[in-house]
Design a protein around this ligand. Structure first.
Ligand code: URA
Length: 186
């Protein structure tokens, strides 16, 4: 299955109750050849309306961090742990996450990035470790199965707590430098 076929499959998905309330499946955005794959939590309202991840307020802030470190959306790939919006933006529940995780696994296998960056604690919990503490462990690089894993603050947290913005910029700069190193550009 290629990425387009996977997208078409996910667009028909009825594995959990979120299919009843979604407007659009939010599959992913960016380059299928990206070295860096960012993984957020779940689509919000603007994403549900457009079918594109990280295009609401948090997404616009995230785009600024990409630009600040010399990256464009087209250089990276962006997805979420679950592909449909939970009503009223509540946290995805374990059943919804379990129903969707195979799609993310397959998407990650097809993109085959060198580095996976979790956006926020929910993605870090799922992808890095249930023991992950975002305030303690953000910006640390882990290696697993030949890939670098790391996590940064979720951009919506930065909207609520702008004091964390300096740490976010520092983490994003480290991520860009690491990606350059992995690509042999450093
Ligand atoms: N927050 C997320 O985690 N993902 C999105 O796509 C938008 C907001």
């Amino acid at each position: 299955m290629d990425l387009n076929e996977l997208k078409q499959t996910v667009q028909q998905c009825r594995r959990c109750g979120l299919c009843e309330t979604r407007r659009n499946v939010v599959f992913g955005d960016g380059s299928p050849d990206a070295d860096i794959m960012f993984i957020g939590e779940a689509p919000g309202e603007t994403e549900d309306n457009t079918g594109i991840p990280f295009v609401g307020r948090a997404g616009q802030l995230f785009d600024k961090y990409l630009a600040a470190v010399g990256l464009r959306r087209e250089d990276v790939y962006i997805a979420n742990t679950i592909k449909c919006r939970p009503p009223k933006n509540r946290d995805p529940n374990p059943e919804e996450q379990a129903a969707c995780i195979d799609y993310l696994r397959e998407q990650t296998r097809l993109i085959d990035p060198k580095m996976i960056v979790c956006l926020g604690r929910i993605a870090a919990y799922r992808i890095i470790s249930p023991d992950f503490k975002i305030t303690r462990d953000h910006g640390i690089f882990y290696e697993r199965k030949g890939k670098i894993l790391t996590a940064v603050y979720h951009p919506s947290l930065l909207l609520r707590d702008p004091r964390k913005k300096d740490e976010m910029l520092a983490d994003m700069l480290k991520i860009k430098a690491k990606a350059d190193e992995l690509a042999g550009r450093a």
